[in-house]
Design a protein around this ligand. Structure first.
Ligand code: PGA
Length: 256
């Protein structure tokens, strides 16, 4: 983390878990556990149907609400989809874009991810852009190439002002939901490389301002070590974001 230049962010990704009532109860229980954590921005990224309850539950506290996906068109005949303007209209601040589960199960490509990033910015949302390599890619030693390609395409036509509002999440696919965490050094190596990419494209000022998160089996017991690295500015948390004690402990680790 480097709070002199950028925000520390802990974002929970509930995935397809929790009904609206459960989500509201969760946030209500979480609130008192994360008082006095002003150095860390806490975000909950919830299923679409949970969004309005989540917005009510965070009223009067500093927790922000995010969605887990968005469509790139403004409106129209896209059955089952939700636009960026719809999300922004109810006060949603963040949206996860290009999560590996969406790339894997719903055929999202770097090109569609790019369209979604542009749509999110046009609506004033802050995208959390997910990138990461598979185990096979890591073993073949092409991690840098894979992530550079993902960034190049996903960030096409994103201007510097929008880049500053973009959060990047480095999520090695082999670490997601597997209990296998990247070592702090592995996470730092890639997060540092991502920042170097941003520096190359947008310059040092922008690169310094962008929060880069690590995601993949981050939990209370390993958060502090990962967050101690200079280029790891927070976490995108799946499984451990569903338990108030685990999640709040991660927020406290990020607030240190
Ligand atoms: P995990 O998921 O923390 O359960 O590994 C992270 C993510 O998919 O964002």
């Amino acid at each position: 983390m480097n709070r002199a230049y950028r925000k520390t962010i802990i974002a929970g990704n509930w995935k397809m878990n929790m009904t609206p009532a459960e989500g509201r109860a969760f946030i209500t229980a979480l609130r008192p556990l994360i008082q006095r954590t002003k150095w860390c921005e806490t975000v909950v990224c919830v299923p679409f149907v949970d969004l309005s309850n989540a917005m009510k539950a965070v009223r009067g506290c500093r927790i922000s609400v995010g969605a887990q996906n968005v469509h790139y068109e403004k409106s129209g005949a896209f059955t089952g989809e939700v636009s960026a303007d719809m999300l922004a209209s109810i006060g949603v601040k963040y949206v996860i874009i290009g999560h590996s589960e969406r790339r894997q199960y719903y055929n999202e490509t770097n090109e569609s991810v790019n369209k979604k990033i542009l749509a999110a910015h046009a609506a004033g949302l802050r995208p959390i852009l997910c990138v990461g390599e598979s185990l096979q890619e890591r073993e073949a030693d092409v991690t840098k190439e894979i992530i550079t390609t993902q960034l190049k395409i996903a960030l096409a036509n994103v201007d510097a002002a929008s880049m500053k509002r973009t959060v990047i999440a480095y999520e090695p696919i082999w670490a997601i939901g597997t209990g296998k965490t990247a070592t702090a050094d592995q996470a730092e190596e890639v997060c540092n490389m991502i920042r170097a990419f941003i520096r190359g494209k947008y310059g040092a000022r922008v690169a310094r301002a962008v929060s880069i998160l690590y995601g993949g089996s981050m939990k209370a017991s390993n958060a502090a070590e990962l967050l101690a690295k200079p280029d790891v500015d927070g976490g995108l948390i799946g499984g451990a974001s569903l338990k108030t004690d685990e999640f709040s402990a991660i927020v406290h680790a990020a607030n240190q």
